[in-house]
Design a protein around this ligand. Structure first.
Ligand code: FAD
Ligand code: DLZ
Ligand code: SF4
Length: 520
């Protein structure tokens, strides 16, 4: 092949229909895939996440080669591997002498900037194609957002319903309402258990990658013993089928429930496969709708699931590109407390947090409410520095890529964006966690006690949060009730709450440096 087209395919671009592949001639192109140390260590990703990405990349490369593409695959332990995208691209240009480079836009702002710099530095044409795996283009989102004071997901979601025709009857939403959440989100009855997830045996590729990761990234957070992620499109398809058949009908009802030892409940557990490109999100939604049309799943569950994907997922991506790079430094509530050590060690007497960290360490997964209302809520109430919280979330979850992690953390969980994304902070006392979980019955703290050393720390922290942020939220309509309660309380009671929260905050031990970033 003389002067081929060089097509770099990144670790979260593992889709056969990727724009840069779909429009290219496989007889006249070289696909470049690069395992690079810099991507695994600029932030020290969970071991299982690195293993998932490398294994999925290797499976995808094998599929491409089997379908006639020429694939140049640089493995992590290739002795000449330079350790960075830029270094590997430069080496590949020397090897192949391409006439041009064609790449689908990277999902992350940081990598997108690198590509722009590279394009300027190389004396080669570099074509960057829009990522067509998302429903809403950058331009469309910018048009929708322009001139709106508040970007509310609910209104964006309606546009996506109209655009896709999902759950529509002509111009009207199926069932007469856009959102059926009033029928979802029950607390867990005693003994609630979700069906087991399908098991994925480790083939030769995955076995080799697990050994590589254990050897090269030994000091990273997380365990590999429970590794069970789908690593190819066909395994991801098995996972999707299992969800649609076994868990979708009850997805909505138990969407917010948390039960000790039940790590996946009725959730899809598909976000890593979707974010890597192994599953097509729109196809999943169409199949979920078909389950409703066949009478296999109720409208509330199916609408709730579809909203997560064409609503939240697309909206989050739009917000990311509209607000970067500022979002990464946003800290509207001026939170500066260091991340507590227990986010890494799990060593805390708070049973809810201990279980959420355990799940995260074992699986590189926790479900939405564990992320938002336990791990995120605690960080919000305790006033943890948003940059440290964002680093933690980016490290620990197999589905965490900057474009989706950062808006969820800075915007949804921490209100660090000043309310662009959420109309009010997701702040809650222990009563919420007690209602939605069985954690409190096994906790050394008492969720019913409000102050003092036995009281659930979330209770006093909740009022501490409202009190110290009264200038930001004191006149908010959405928080009028809790502020009215706070103002009605007598001064001694308020003082007790604040002193109790302060005493608890004093006990927090900051994380040792080096968990998220080397040398930090
Ligand atoms: P389900 O609950 O079964 O939902 C189905 C699908 O909807 C998910 O697979 C996902 O693709 C999509 N989805 C649902 N909610 C969101 C959302 N808020 N943003 C984007 N997609 C959504 N999701 C990530 O993919 N990566 C992250 O790094 C990430 N970080 C988060 C951090 C915080 C603080 C919070 C509150 C949420 C975060 N989420 C993130 C969103 C959500 O928690 C996960 O997508 C979900 O838990 C993945 O598990 P699941 O596949 O079982 O999802
Ligand atoms: C997260 C990650 C890791 C750990 N390793 C690689 C890698 O070796 N090669 C690769 O192409 N991508 C990797 N990624 C994903 C990237 O860090 C980044 O998130 C994507 O390129 C999107 O911009
Ligand atoms: Fe968490 Fe408080 Fe319940 Fe303990 S009592 S599990 S700290 S909410």
């Amino acid at each position: 092949m003389t002067q081929p087209l060089l097509i770099p395919v990144l670790g979260d671009q593992l889709s056969h229909g990727l724009a840069s592949l779909a429009g290219s001639d496989r007889n006249d192109s070289v696909v470049l895939m690069m395992e690079v140390r810099g991507e695994a260590t600029h932030i020290k990703h969970h071991k299982a996440k690195i293993a998932l990405i490398f294994s999925a990349m290797r499976h995808f490369a094998a599929e491409l080669a089997a379908s006639g593409w020429t694939v140049d695959y640089v493995a992590l332990d290739d002795p000449d591997n330079s350790g960075s995208f830029a270094g590997e691209l430069a080496r590949a240009v020397k090897r192949h002498q391409p006439r041009a480079i064609r790449v689908t836009e990277p999902s992350e702002w940081r990598v997108r900037q690198d590509v722009a710099q590279l394009a300027a530095a190389l004396s080669l044409p570099v074509e960057v194609l829009e990522d067509m795996r998302f429903l809403c283009s950058h331009g469309e989102f910018a048009d929708w957002a322009e001139g709106r004071r508040e970007w509310r997901m609910e209104f964006f979601y309606r546009e996506m319903r109209r655009k896709t025709g999902l759950l529509m009857e002509g111009n009207q939403p199926e069932g007469g309402r856009w959102n059926f959440d009033t029928e979802n989100r029950s607390g867990p009855p005693a003994g609630l258990r979700g069906p087991a997830l399908p098991r994925f045996a480790h083939d030769e590729i995955t076995t080799a990658v697990l050994a590589l990761v254990e050897g090269k990234f030994a000091d990273h957070f997380g365990a590999l013993g429970a590794f069970n992620w789908p690593v190819s499109a066909s395994e991801a398809e098995t996972a999707a089928e299992a969800f649609l058949n076994e868990r979708l009908p009850t997805f909505g009802q138990w969407q917010d429930a948390m039960v000790t030892g039940e790590d996946f409940m009725f959730h899809a557990v598909l976000s890593p496969a979707i974010n890597l490109g192994l599953l097509d999100p729109l196809d999943l939604c169409r199949r979920a709708e078909a389950e409703y049309r066949k009478g296999n799943a109720p409208l509330a569950a199916v609408e709730g699931f579809i909203r997560q994907i064409i609503g939240w997922r697309e909206y989050i991506r739009g917000v990311y590109w509209q607000t970067m790079p500022g979002l990464a430094a946003a800290n509207a509530l001026g939170a500066t407390r260091p991340l507590p050590d227990f986010y890494w060690t799990g060593e805390t007497e708070m049973a809810c947090l201990a279980d959420c960290v355990r799940i995260t360490r074992e699986n590189a997964y926790a479900h939405h409410i564990q992320r938002l209302m336990v791990l995120g809520n605690f960080a919000l109430l305790a006033g943890i520095d948003p940059a440290e919280v964002a680093d933690w979330f980016l490290v620990v979850y197999a589905d965490a890529f900057d474009w989706v992690e950062l808006p969820n953390v800075a915007g949804m969980a921490l209100f660090a964006d000043g309310g662009r994304l959420a109309s009010k902070p997701y702040a809650a006392s222990g009563a919420y966690i007690n209602r939605m979980s069985n954690y409190c019955s096994g906790c050394r703290y008492d969720v019913k006690q409000k102050t003092g050393p036995q009281a659930c720390p979330f209770n006093a922290l909740y009022w501490h949060f409202l009190d110290r942020n009264v200038d930001k939220f004191g006149t908010s309509r959405r928080l009028a009730n809790p502020y009215a309660t706070w103002r009605r309380m007598d001064g001694d009671k308020r003082g007790e709450y604040l002193a109790s929260a302060d005493a608890f905050l004093e006990t927090l031990v900051p994380a040792k440096p080096g968990w998220a970033r080397s040398g930090s």
